[in-house]
Design a binder for this molecule. Structure first.
Ligand SMILES: Cc1cc2nc3c(=O)[nH]c(=O)nc-3n(C[C@H](O)[C@H](O)[C@H](O)COP(=O)(O)OP(=O)(O)OC[C@H]3O[C@@H](n4cnc5c(N)ncnc54)[C@H](O)[C@@H]3O)c2cc1C
Length: 378
């Protein structure tokens, strides 16, 4: 039987970042059920790195991750993995006080964030109708596009270089703790042994926790739909910022020659291979055509993915309080890529050193805020 220190379940962004940070110090295997890594949520994101999005802890871990993505170690990727985009959170006239309050709050963590007057919003994003920007906007100039494929590949390459093994078509079907180690039975009947499990199984995190006998953290996978469509002929969109409406009921993000769009839906779903729903797409088209001058005639591509949240929308990171050798790295919600690097690093630090890295503590993150015990303690 092959024997490892850590068996990481799932090869999305959480699994490969964990492997990258654990592998220099431990024997690591990544077990992925699908025939390719990043098949589920990681391959379906909108790829924005926003330091104003999410809870205070999520924003802090995003800041720490930005430091890694902006200056990765040599050989991590061939090109920069972050490129400037900018993001506008725009609102109607009656939302102006709330927008100004949000801008002030975000600026305390990200000093470049500021509130823009309606005319400035329209100058930066002329496709918005004036009424959709009547309250101005929170402007985050340092929000960046992420090259998710390059980031995922960089973590995987680095993990393998440090000795980690990736097994595809390797569903974790059963977990038994015997004599202080886990016997991991795969879907094909093979058994692998590891001292510890790292649960990075995304939407399936409570299912995998259940295999180990852990109490659920109450993870709720929520489907989010996305699609792309061509930009209007003759309009140069490459330098335009992403626009998110203040109610988070739609967004559009320029990509090469096209827009990526979403109704920002959050429909609870069992863990599965999520598919887009035509009604959600129709809702998005209507909202975007109402708020902008865009006419969406034909979709180029459409998909959906599961963003999985616990009740406080923070990450769940740490050893389970009741099941020895079972480590959670779950609850990535809508922030798994933008928190990816620092989440993997803080997981390795907690698992191997029993404490968070000092730079992440300095940003205001505590072990208690991430602990699975906040949901699983009896
Ligand atoms: C439309 C959309 C837009 C988004 N936009 C952004 C964004 O702009 N910025 C951002 O940071 N995030 C964004 N996200 C969220 C981000 O994509 C997720 O937070 C992140 O991908 C979650 O990564 P993960 O590794 O936890 O999960 P996943 O990528 O789903 O990986 C989990 C893996 O575990 C495997 N697995 C499960 N059970 C088992 C088992 N029993 N045995 C073996 N393997 C198993 C699965 O096959 C899967 O590959 C978006 C998501 C969506 C859907």
């Amino acid at each position: 039987m092959q024997e490892f220190d850590f068996a990481i379940v799932g090869a999305g962004i959480a699994g490969v970042s964990a492997a990258y940070h654990f592998a220099p110090r431990a024997r690591v295997i990544i077990l992925e059920r699908e025939h390719v890594p990043a098949y589920h949520t990681t391959g379906r994101s909108a790829a924005l790195h926003s330091e104003t999005y999410g809870s205070a802890e999520i924003r802090a871990i995003t800041v720490a991750t930005g430091r890694f993505y902006r200056n990765p170690p040599p050989g991590f990727a061939e090109r920069p993995v972050l490129t400037p985009r900018g993001a506008l959170i725009a609102g109607r006239a009656e939302q102006q006080p709330a927008l100004q309050k949000a801008a002030a709050e975000y600026a305390s963590l990200v000093p470049s964030v500021r509130w823009l007057e309606p005319p400035e919003v329209l100058a930066r994003q002329p496709l918005l109708k004036p009424e959709a920007a009547g309250g101005g906007a929170v402007f985050e100039p340092e929000a960046d596009d992420m090259d998710v494929a390059a980031i995922h590949a960089g973590f995987l390459r680095g993990a393998r270089a440090a000795g980690a093994v990736l097994r595809l078509n390797a569903e974790v079907a059963a977990l038994d703790r015997k004599n202080g180690r886990w016997e991991i039975r795969l879907g094909d009947g093979e058994t692998i042994a590891a001292a510890n499990i790292v649960n990075t199984s995304g939407a399936w995190a409570d299912v995998v926790g259940g295999l180990a006998g852990a109490r659920p953290v109450g993870l709720v996978p929520k489907r989010r739909t996305a699609f792309t469509f061509d930009a209007p002929a003759g309009v140069a969109i490459e330098k335009m910022p992403m626009v998110i409406d203040f109610d988070e009921s739609w967004y559009i993000k320029p990509e090469v020659g096209q827009f990526l769009a979403s109704p920002a839906d959050e429909t609870p779903s069992p863990p599965c291979d999520a598919q887009p729903d035509e009604m959600d797409i129709a809702i998005a088209v209507d909202r975007i055509e109402t708020a902008t001058t865009l006419q969406i005639r034909r979709l180029k591509n459409k998909w959906a993915g599961l963003r999985s949240f616990v009740s406080d929308k923070n990450l769940v990171v740490g050893y389970d309080g009741s099941v020895p050798g079972f480590f959670w790295l779950a609850g990535q919600g809508g922030y798994g890529i933008q928190t990816g690097a620092a989440a993997g690093r803080l997981a390795a630090s907690l698992a191997l050193d029993g404490k968070l890295p000092a730079d992440i503590v300095e940003l205001g993150v505590t072990e208690a805020a991430l602990s699975p015990g906040r949901f699983t303690q009896r």
